[in-house]
Write a protein that binds this ligand. Structure first.
Ligand SMILES: Cc1cc2nc3c(=O)[nH]c(=O)nc-3n(C[C@H](O)[C@H](O)[C@H](O)COP(=O)(O)OP(=O)(O)OC[C@H]3O[C@@H](n4cnc5c(N)ncnc54)[C@H](O)[C@@H]3O)c2cc1C
Length: 413
């Protein structure tokens, strides 16, 4: 009698899910892996959603989809169940409940369901004053690029990297852009601190954005109840969404954990895992990507959850190896050794961030002038006098020897 190979379920068809699957396949080419994704698309390059303007003549849907292809996603070694949401999981009995009404029994599971945009009110609330949008997926991007073509004005709530990239993109499309940052003084303040945020605020303003902060921003924020904070409902009857002012919310994200409720997991901020991406409360379950909260290999904080592409790749690989090992496929597991680094570009200014500046108690401008970020600014972030992070801002992404040396010293700590 032959014994059927174990069944592996992966929830989330993003890069973390794909990498976990590829990692298992590297250990056992014949592994039986099913990927569930509530989007209709196979894995694509999510960071690319905000990086490029498309000409009006382009078949937007086709052009964006083509540009964002990810190598390996076309594989037929995986059983893809797209447009299928996992509604609930019974981890004790190893069963997933699907939006199709069916169930899926698994032997090993990877949780890679990522995050979704945070909104001021419930996800699906409609508003009579604005056409509200958020940007997370390919379908959101298709419609936002299309809207930016035809709109003259766009309001963006938030000043994080998605908000800033969207502001840049909207200006390229020729829109007037209003950015609202009610809580802080400018872009990236929660990561790079107030001084750099103010400098970045001046930079986006110099590039034609109307950046409103504090009370001025609060007055224009909309909670989707049909009124702005100034109060009052619109006097005239609601127009069609296509006629209402465009209001994009880019105010952070929420981990997609609800389908795991009722299993006794720590879901306080994503899914808590150990350094091998194993969910401690539950044998055979692993998590990876934006949703995984793991022991910080860098030791700057206890547990860390990162929302970066490279982090999703690295944690996906680790989770896949650990899962393969648990099924007797792999020879060894590897711990997460992720070194945080990311880059973004805002109106031509490249912003590179490494380490964990959020954990600093002071900062130092090593070179450059905050009044002229385009000439290059190198900033170090320190905790108890030790460097825990660095940032380099420059127009044209020139090579910076000091930054590279800093990175090397941070990595080898
Ligand atoms: C506009 C934008 C720009 C970005 N730019 C950068 C950048 O420049 N650099 C960078 O490092 N990072 C960037 N990021 C972040 C990066 O894209 C993410 O860190 C990465 O994609 C996370 O991958 P993931 O697989 O963990 O999650 P995701 O890519 O979010 O994949 C999770 C998938 O699971 C699906 N899902 C959720 N719940 C369920 C369920 N119950 N059942 C089935 N499927 C489910 C989701 O719909 C999604 O398709 C950007 C993100 C966005 C949105």
């Amino acid at each position: 009698m032959t014994v059927a190979a174990p069944r592996i379920g992966i929830v989330g068809s993003g890069i973390a899910g794909l990498r976990a699957a590829q990692s298992v396949l590297t250990c056992e080419a014949g592994a039986r892996i099913t990927v569930f994704g509530d989007e209709a698309h196979r894995t694509y390059n999510r960071p690319g959603l905000t990086k490029k303007r498309y000409p009006p003549s382009a078949d937007l849907r086709a052009a964006i989809t083509e540009d964002l292809r990810v190598k390996g996603a076309e594989t037929s070694a995986l059983d893809w169940h797209l447009g299928t949401r996992v509604e609930a999981a019974d981890l004790r009995n190893r069963v997933l409940h699907l939006s199709t009404g069916g169930t899926f029994d698994y032997d090993g599971l990877v949780v890679a369901s990522g995050v979704r945009p945070r909104t001021a009110a419930g996800d699906d609330e409609e508003c009579a004053s604005h056409a509200h949008r958020t940007l997370r997926g390919l379908d959101d991007a298709h419609s936002i690029h299309q809207e930016l073509h035809r709109r003259e004005v766009v309001t963006i709530a938030g000043a994080g990297f998605v908000a800033c990239e969207l502001a840049s993109l909207a200006k390229e499309y020729g829109c007037d852009v209003v950015m609202l940052e009610a809580m802080r003084h400018g872009p990236f303040e929660n990561i790079l601190g107030e001084d750099v945020a103010r400098a970045l605020g001046r930079w986006v303003t110099a590039n034609g954005v109307t950046l409103l902060t504090g009370e001025a921003a609060k007055e224009l924020l909309c909670d989707r109840s049909g009124r702005s904070s100034e109060g009052g409902h619109p006097a005239s009857p609601p127009e069609a969404a296509s006629e209402r002012p465009l209001f994009i919310e880019a105010i952070g994200s929420v981990p997609n954990v609800e389908w795991l409720d009722g299993n006794g997991l720590d879901l306080s901020d994503g899914v808590r895992v150990d350094e091998y991406m194993r969910v401690p409360e539950c044998e055979g379950v692993f998590a990876a990507g934006d949703i995984a909260r793991y022991p910080d290999p860098w030791g700057t904080e206890n547990l860390t959850r990162m929302e970066f592409w490279k982090n999703a790749i690295d944690t996906g690989n680790v989770a896949g190896k650990a899962l393969a090992w648990s099924l007797g496929y792999g020879l060894k597991m590897s711990r997460i050794s992720y070194f945080p680094s990311m880059a973004t570009e805002v109106f031509g200014l490249r912003i590179q961030i490494a380490g964990n500046p959020r954990n600093a108690d002071s900062m130092e401008i090593v070179s450059g002038d905050l009044e002229r970020p385009d000439d290059g600014i190198l900033v170090t972030y320190l905790r108890e006098s030790a460097i825990v992070g660095a940032a380099y801002l420059d127009k044209g992404a020139r090579f910076n020897r000091l930054y590279i040396e800093l990175l090397k010293s941070l990595k080898t700590r």
